[in-house]
Design a protein around this ligand. Structure first.
Ligand SMILES: [Fe+2]
Ligand SMILES: [Fe+2]
Length: 188
């Protein structure tokens, strides 16, 4: 990542942790749907299918676990927060061609996962209650693993230099997008 998340973002999250949990739940649900949508778009790329299904299942497990925490803490599930300016601006960078589109979606998947890992780690550090701290620790480790999987899937079908060059461009763009976001009690 080009840009590290600001301490002001952590402050915004900790000042309204219930809203953060609502948004977090929605992000896990969308991450699962996003992995499955890639399977739907690229059924002709067999090497990505099983890993993406596995990832979708893990994201759905994260969704279940966040909802369990919300129930424990008396926080209700909310309608998906629309729009997510961060994700929308990233998706707008996906190029038109079929191969280019796949490279971009996989690189963005990796970047979004890595950002999630970074931010869940910050949340883990800011929390005090040991059980929920442990939950966020398990989560950030899982998102970091997903970050690697998406790049590996791109490398299954495309040359290293093509993947890494595009990944770097998108990492730079993500940094610029992140720098312009307002701080909310939300994952992005
Ligand atoms: Fe997740
Ligand atoms: Fe993930």
């Amino acid at each position: 990542m080009k840009v590290a998340s600001s301490a002001k973002w952590v402050e915004a999250v900790m000042s309204d942790f219930s809203s953060f949990l609502q948004d977090h739940a929605s992000c896990e649900k969308k991450a699962s749907a996003m992995a499955i949508s890639l399977v739907s778009k690229y059924p002709d790329r067999p090497k990505i299918i099983q890993p993406l299904i596995e990832t979708a299942i893990e994201e759905l497990e994260h969704f279940r676990d966040v909802v369990l925490w919300m129930e424990k803490l008396g926080v209700s599930l909310a309608h998906d927060m629309q729009p997510d300016p961060y994700v929308n601006q990233l998706i707008a960078l996906v190029r038109k061609g079929r191969d280019e589109g796949l490279i971009d979606r996989l690189c963005l998947g990796s970047i979004i996962e890595c950002r999630g890992a970074e931010r869940f780690r910050l949340v883990e550090e800011a929390l005090e209650e040991p059980e929920i701290k442990r939950f966020y620790k398990v989560l950030w480790a899982s998102e970091a693993k997903h970050g690697n999987i998406f790049v590996e899937l791109a490398l299954e079908y495309f040359e290293d230099d093509i993947v890494y060059r595009r990944l770097q461009e998108l990492i730079d763009a993500e940094g610029d997008i992140l720098n312009k976001l307002e701080f909310r009690a939300a994952l992005h």
